[in-house]
Ligand binder design. Structure first.
Ligand SMILES: *[C@@H]1O[C@H](CO)[C@@H](O)[C@H](O)[C@H]1NC(C)=O
Ligand SMILES: *[C@@H]1O[C@H](CO)[C@@H](O)[C@H](O)[C@H]1NC(C)=O
Ligand SMILES: *[C@@H]1O[C@H](CO)[C@@H](O)[C@H](O)[C@H]1NC(C)=O
Ligand SMILES: *[C@@H]1O[C@H](CO)[C@@H](O)[C@H](O)[C@H]1NC(C)=O
Ligand SMILES: *[C@@H]1O[C@H](CO)[C@@H](O)[C@H](O)[C@H]1NC(C)=O
Ligand SMILES: *[C@@H]1O[C@H](CO)[C@@H](O)[C@H](O)[C@H]1NC(C)=O
Ligand SMILES: *[C@@H]1O[C@H](CO)[C@@H](O)[C@H](O)[C@H]1NC(C)=O
Ligand SMILES: *[C@@H]1O[C@H](CO)[C@@H](O)[C@H](O)[C@H]1NC(C)=O
Ligand SMILES: *[C@@H]1O[C@H](CO)[C@@H](O)[C@H](O)[C@H]1NC(C)=O
Ligand SMILES: *[C@@H]1O[C@H](CO)[C@@H](O)[C@H](O)[C@H]1NC(C)=O
Ligand SMILES: *[C@@H]1O[C@H](CO)[C@@H](O)[C@H](O)[C@H]1NC(C)=O
Ligand SMILES: *[C@@H]1O[C@H](CO)[C@@H](O)[C@H](O)[C@H]1NC(C)=O
Length: 818
């Protein structure tokens, strides 16, 4: 599937939902190209016509902070796929773009070659929301690859896989990764639910959240390798599982192609070879064939049994029963399903509870009425429904700190002061351990009380007291979700109370999920969540009150003639921008997968009594980038701030926030709204375009806020203009990260304050970091960047200021399987 990227043709807005739905209408399934990855390699490797791309040189694959190793001893494994591995020493994701949501096959290959001592690695493998493998390792001495396969739903644009070393070991590895869309209806929707005592019900929950393949058996046949399977699967023989070998006759005389029929098994359900062989009951002395599969106790598995009557010479001969644990039985009649054709492959699915049994027994039992007739089985697959554990989502990779002495040693002359200040910003960043995080429950069950932060729970009566019974006079804002009230708690603390109104797009689940995350996000420059109330179906969030209101109000009065318009100095404005950039940078990096604000604008930047800026309101009613309502409301709501790439790619990324922040920068400079629909000229309507046209002419000073005229150091202005320009780049990839923006803004502030006079051309094109001649300061991690060992699970908290509880109605972007 072709990846959507920046330069696609601009789509008319009304076509957006249509375009997405057309992606979902798939025609006949063929195995997709994406993703087959030969990790840590320069070379491609081909298996069953499928090319595994070497990810070292293939630019578009994003493998985070990692390195690669090569087996120096290639004498044992001839396959290119297993001669290289990618090594993760800290928490950093392999990241894949997903164009179509659906059920995906995720297959991970691990071959621990001893020349790189890969046997010593113990690690977890996870997505952003689910743990796939815990403390995984490959047994010492095993030369063959271990392959782990999962089926899961991916409905986010970026799918991330994390390989996290366990405590005590220093790295994780992976040799190959496959991630591809499974055939349609690959996972059944409501199979019978079978327990050891029988079955009375169907399984009515979703099966596609996370399944791990445990057994895949070609009954009566031989091993099948990926080269001979349409979906590159491995199948093994049933010898270790068949209980009474002498009761079975191996049937492998059929070599033709099975009669695949519409509505039953396809050639993707299982390869021909599975249906070409079977174990058949020898009725002379036995009445059934039984296979036993060891599984964990009290676990739940999806059991898929494959049949194809290759035994009978004519139609309508064999009817028999499939039995699970002896108490459940299911009639197998090959001619009910085959429309009176011979050798039609078909399969049945069951969800089986293991209760206290450490195994699952599957039998084919000859029918009561057909004493002379046999029974058979062609294949079995057993997949475990992975339990939702108390999974803590991974947190970001830690940047390596460059020793301060090195930097100090390189300082020279008049730059010293600036350097120290800048170094202080970057190296003053404190680390803190990830707080024990929440469960990202992927089912639609309610998040239990114990998961919510009870310390933040408030009674409805307290809130009624604070807002004087939701007095209209206390309303300070209104949005798509409901109203915001000003309030005073009994302890005298001033708060802002957001009360969601029924029917305004937010469900209790989203509300609770938000509290879980929001109560964890703590940052000096994000508005703090103080409490919540979920009594009587109320959905109320309580925030710290921001005395000075929105940034916008201080820049220019709105049409109703705002009274709070104050004369912020250039320095104050820069400090506000820097504060906000810190808040956004934290959002983008602190939690796994990051959080995208999605609605950065001057009304969402609030000021406290000391004019300290905090980012607020991550949007209550938006549920995802591809949601229909989201497309319409958001585009209207924040026109003028919206990333142009959104129209092409239908995706909001952290770089979309950077774009919006660029518009805010211009607002701060020019003191005018992002859109003036009543403007005199077309050019003037959109601030981003207008600002950039003046920037290109080199005359940005002509459109600045009259209050600032003559008060901005020209160098500071120029650097500020360049920073805004970078943020407003058409393509997200060309825009800086919030960390870069923050760095540039700090520099802009220094240029305003420092007396050092420099020729304007000196810093017009180069980065602040280069001008400062600090080559040793590597500001941002690249994938080759060295990292501390054993540094997993550390969240960086800008400012170290986690005493400030934070935030906000969040627009979460927690990727993948939900
Ligand atoms: C590997 O395959 C990719 C995609 O088909 C191609 O772009 C690349 O050139 C190939 N690399 C090598 C070394 O053949
Ligand atoms: C390569 O591997 C084989 C088999 O494990 C071993 O016998 C041989 O000594 C190894 N060679 C080197 C150079 O390590
Ligand atoms: C693996 O086994 C070899 C000898 O068989 C030993 O030298 C090596 O230390 C072992 N590695 C680990 C990680 O246990
Ligand atoms: C991981 O497994 C190894 C043995 O396979 C064990 O020694 C180690 O303690 C385990 N680590 C954790 C964190 O469970
Ligand atoms: C690995 O997963 C286990 C089980 O959830 C967890 O206890 C452990 O902390 C994880 N280890 C790391 C390094 O994340
Ligand atoms: C099925 O339901 C019937 C009646 O509702 C009950 O008597 C029987 O025990 C149930 N069987 C199983 C296996 O739960
Ligand atoms: C699923 O089945 C259980 C009983 O087996 C029932 O209590 C529950 O309401 C069902 N859920 C749905 C969504 O049908
Ligand atoms: C096979 O196809 C027939 C006809 O479409 C359908 O009635 C039957 O349920 C299918 N059987 C299975 C096992 O899917
Ligand atoms: C699967 O069957 C379809 C027709 O039913 C055929 O076009 C396709 O080539 C087959 N695929 C494989 C991999 O055999
Ligand atoms: C079936 O079992 C009988 C008695 O155990 C044996 O004599 C006969 O050979 C078996 N048939 C086959 C086809 O293995
Ligand atoms: C098979 O059954 C026959 C009678 O049907 C009996 O004589 C014979 O001993 C049995 N053989 C075995 C191996 O059980
Ligand atoms: C299943 O478990 C039993 C007992 O725990 C063991 O004896 C048997 O070998 C296991 N079977 C397989 C195929 O691993």
């Amino acid at each position: 599937m072709e990846k959507l990227h920046c330069h696609n043709i601009l789509l008319p807005l009304f076509l957006l939902p249509l375009q997405f739905s057309s992606l979902l209408l798939s025609s006949a399934y063929t195995l997709p190209d994406q993703y087959f990855i030969n990790c840590g390699s320069d070379q491609n490797s081909t298996v069953n016509d499928r090319t595994f791309i070497g990810d070292n040189k293939y630019g578009s694959l994003s493998h985070g902070q990692s390195t690669s190793v090569q087996d120096t001893n290639t004498s044992k494994d001839p396959s290119l796929l297993y001669q290289t591995a990618r090594i993760y020493k800290c928490l950093s994701p392999y990241e894949l773009d997903i164009v179509q949501s659906g059920t995906y096959v995720v297959r991970l290959h691990f071959r621990a070659f001893s020349s790189a001592n890969l046997f010593s690695a113990h690690f977890n493998v996870s997505t952003s929301t689910r743990l796939l493998l815990s403390n995984f390792s490959v047994q010492n001495g095993s030369n063959s690859p271990v392959i782990k396969e999962f089926l899961l739903t991916i409905n986010v644009p970026k799918f991330r896989i994390y390989f996290t070393p366990s405590r005590g070991t220093s790295f994780a590895f992976v040799n190959a990764i496959e991630v591809f869309l499974a055939p349609e209806s690959f996972i059944p929707s409501n199979p019978p639910l079978v327990t050891p005592t029988g079955s009375n019900s169907t399984y009515n929950d979703s099966l596609s959240q996370l399944l791990q393949i445990v057994y895949r058996i070609n009954v009566g046949g031989s091993k099948i390798t990926p080269d001979d399977d349409t979906l590159l699967r491995n199948w093994i023989t049933d010898d270790d599982f068949l209980l009474t070998r002498e009761a079975a006759i191996i049937w492998s005389t059929f070599t033709g192609t099975p009669n695949y029929m519409e509505g039953n098994a396809t050639n993707y359900t299982a390869p021909d070879a599975v249906y070409q062989t079977a174990e058949v009951l020898n009725i002379t002395n036995f009445s059934k064939l039984t296979w036993r599969f060891n599984v964990s106790k009290n676990s739940r598995h999806l059991v898929r049994v494959h049949f194809c009557d290759i035994v009978s010479g004519s139609l309508n001969i064999l009817h028999f029963n499939l039995s699970i644990y002896g108490n459940f039985s299911w009639l197998i009649n090959p001619y009910l399903v085959d429309g009176f054709k011979m050798r039609v492959p078909f399969k049945y699915d069951f969800v089986v509870d293991s209760d206290d049994f450490g195994f699952i027994n599957i039998s084919v039992v000859k029918g009561d009425s057909d004493q002379n007739k046999s029974s058979f089985l062609n294949g079995v697959e057993i997949m475990e429904l992975m339990k939702v554990s108390n999974w803590i989502p991974p947190t970001q990779c830690q940047q390596k700190k460059t020793p301060l002495s090195v930097i100090l040693g390189s300082l020279a002359g008049g730059f010293a002061v600036i350097c120290i200040l800048l170094a202080a910003v970057w190296f003053g960043l404190k680390r803190r351990k990830a707080k024990s995080a929440e469960t990202f429950d992927d089912k639609s069950s309610r998040i239990s009380e114990k998961d919510l932060n009870l310390g933040l729970k408030m009674t409805f009566s307290e809130i009624k007291y604070a807002t004087k019974k939701f007095n209209k006079k206390m309303v300070i804002g209104e949005g798509g979700f409901g109203k915001v009230y000003k309030g005073t708690l009994r302890n005298g603390k001033k708060v802002a109370v957001k009360r969601s109104e029924p029917g305004h797009g937010q469900g209790i689940m989203e509300f609770q999920a938000e509290i879980l995350v929001l109560s964890k996000i703590r940052h000096r420059h994000l508005v703090s969540l103080i409490g919540y109330c979920d009594e009587r179906a109320e959905m109320i969030l309580v925030y710290e009150f921001m005395e000075k209101g929105t940034l916008r109000d201080h820049l220019y009065g709105d049409s109703e003639g705002s009274t709070s318009h104050s004369e912020l100095s250039w320095k104050q404005r820069l400090e506000i921008c820097i504060d906000s950039a810190k808040g956004l940078h934290y959002l983008h990096t602190a939690l796994a997968g990051g959080i995208i604000h999605r609605d950065v604008k001057s009304t969402n930047i609030l000021l406290d009594e000391h004019y300290v800026a905090k980012v607020a309101d991550f949007g209550l009613s938006k549920s995802g980038p591809l949601d229909h309502t989201h497309v319409s409301t958001d585009v209207k709501g924040s026109f003028g701030y919206l990333d142009p790439e959104y129209f092409r790619c239908l995706q909001l990324t952290d770089k979309s926030d950077v774009y919006s922040f660029g518009v805010v920068l211009l607002e701060v400079l020019c003191a005018r709204p992002a859109i003036i629909s009543t403007a005199n000229t077309v050019e003037e309507v959109n601030l981003a375009e207008w600002g950039m046209s003046w920037k290109k002419k080199g005359q940005l000073e002509k459109i600045i806020d009259p209050l600032l005229v003559g008060k901005i150091n020209p160098n500071s202005l120029r650097k500020f203009g360049e920073t805004a320009e970078k943020c407003l780049k058409e393509c997200g990839v060309d825009r800086p990260t919030m960390a870069d923006v923050l760095w540039d803004l700090e520099y802009v502030l220094q240029l305003q304050q420092t007396a050092v006079y420099r020729e304007p051309h000196e810093d017009s094109t180069v980065d602040a970091s280069m001008e400062l001649q600090l080559p040793v300061v590597q500001r941002f991690p690249s994938h080759s960047f060295p990292v501390d060992e054993g540094d997993e699970s550390i969240v960086r908290d800008d400012d170290g200021s986690d005493t400030y509880a934070s935030d906000v109605f969040s627009q979460l972007k927690i990727d993948d399987a939900r």
